[in-house]
Design a protein around this ligand. Structure first.
Ligand code: ADP
Length: 169
């Protein structure tokens, strides 16, 4: 007997400036829980991104296309309040990644506030595999700017984009 259920829609929000192996590891874990996973790429993140919104979305699209899963993964520009975006997209769950204790305090507060805004939408956290846990987009950019090797941290296409962006091509 086949059971039917409402599609489980997850929303993984972030800046993805640029997408790293850390993000991709979280996405590979999250697809196990959802029929549709929306990767919400923040239009404005207050982080002064290196890559334009279009570039960040394109990089996410290119990398998630390589993931072998039945889950539909979409990269969607995300503007405004996270919970409004989740509601508009019928997401029942927010996905976040935890790197270290340092992420916890911020995430803890966010969940507390988001639960007040919409108590129906849950937040789930994943931890990346140990070799990806320390990866942060900010540090990848710093290393790339100093001509360091970043192929352990980001896919080939992202590395090329970083080199081009930094050399001003
Ligand atoms: P934000 O601007 O929301 O911090 P990021 O693109 O930096 O956006 O990260 C999006 C999400 O992915 C966050 O939940 C962040 O903690 C998580 N994340 C990023 N890198 C890693 C990693 N290496 N391991 C686990 N989670 C990660």
């Amino acid at each position: 007997m086949q059971t039917t259920h409402e599609p489980r829609i997850g929303l993984y929000p972030g800046t993805f400036d640029p997408i790293t192996f850390g993000h991709l590891d979280i996405i590979r874990r999250a697809v196990k829980l959802f029929d549709v996973l929306i990767v919400g790429v923040a239009v404005f993140s207050g982080k002064n991104p290196m890559f334009t919104l279009e570039e960040r979305v394109k990089m996410v699209e290119a990398e998630v296309a390589k993931i072998n899963t039945k889950t539909i993964i979409k990269a969607v520009p995300m503007d405004g309040l996270l919970m409004h975006f989740a509601e508009e997209n019928n997401a029942n769950c927010i996905v976040r990644g935890l790197r270290a204790v340092s992420d916890f305090e911020y995430e803890f507060q966010m969940v507390g506030m988001n639960q007040r805004l919409n108590s129906e939408i849950e937040t789930v956290f994943f931890m990346a595999a140990p070799q990806y846990q320390a990866i942060a987009s900010r540090l990848v950019k710093e290393i790339a700017m100093l001509n360091g090797e970043v192929s352990m941290f980001v896919p080939e296409g992202v590395k090329t984009a970083l080199v081009e962006k930094i050399s001003g091509k």
